[in-house]
Design a binder for this molecule. Sequence first.
Ligand code: COA
Ligand code: AMP
Length: 245
Amino acid sequence: MWSLRMRSSINENGIERHISGAEGIYNLNELEIFLKKFLKRAIEHPIGMPDKIVFTVEKIKEPIQNVKVLPLKTIFCNSPEEAYEVIKENILKIGVSEKALYKAWEVIRNYKMRGATIIDSLSGDRLEPDKERGVRVSRIQMDKNRKIQILRKIKNLTNQPQRVIEALTLASKVASLDDVVAEICVSDNPDYTTGYIASRKLGYLRITNIKKEGESIGGRAFFVKTPLNIEKLIYFLEKTPVIVI
Ligand code: COA
Ligand code: AMP
């Protein structure tokens, strides 16, 4: 099997601005189809035309792990304030402290990271070694039949089903770890106002109106139990190939 990854960017005044990314795990016969799909995706992105597109096609050498998909549910909220209350109620009951949630919210609202922050679920301390970069989950794919089932389930709830599939795949990998208590995500896309919280206990809860339309804030936080082996956690999230079944 092969890991195919795409990232596109544009150079703005000497600074490379990330535009989009996509990835999957495929067999050799599927690669050409997905290379074409990812190219189309890179050049048709609503942010604009990139001036650099990087494809990585890498043979997977370590065993691919299967993890179970999280059950998906949507909670309809009318405002970011209501969304925050729903998040708070759910996340506190699974053992994340108010302080830790507050820290995650502060990072998401005020910093533009390239990946996720890792937060001690009790103390609220940030644990990722590089606070600007964060940690980026990678080497992920959803099983084809599972994808069809989820697409059926969400077709009337969103006009961006691919986004839900990708986020659910990522969240299922993250939640599969015993060290992880929960995840929270707010997309940095100004037009996409549905976020989520996810955990083995809660499942994947899509939360509508997590931010106001037009806001470009966004980010991800993983709440973890301590003590933990942070290098091992990061290696799994970034490098271990996983199929979500
Ligand atoms: N935001 C900003 N910069 C990013 C980025 C992102 N989301 N992803 C990659 N980059 C840039 C960074 O400059 C990065 O350097 P850094 O490691 O110092 O931050 C550089 O590209 C190389 O990143 P890397 O992760 O090594 O690239 P890759 O080609 O192996 O994988 C992605 C790129 C985007 C496919 C992968 O990181 C990813 O995010 N996979 C999940 C994709 C997905 O399904 N996304 C939807 C989730 S909702
Ligand atoms: P998105 O849902 O793609 O808008 O991403 C929301 C936020 O999640 C971004 O602002 C990043 O901080 C973070 N992020 C993006 N890609 C990843 C990833 N692969 N793993 C972890 N965090 C990510």
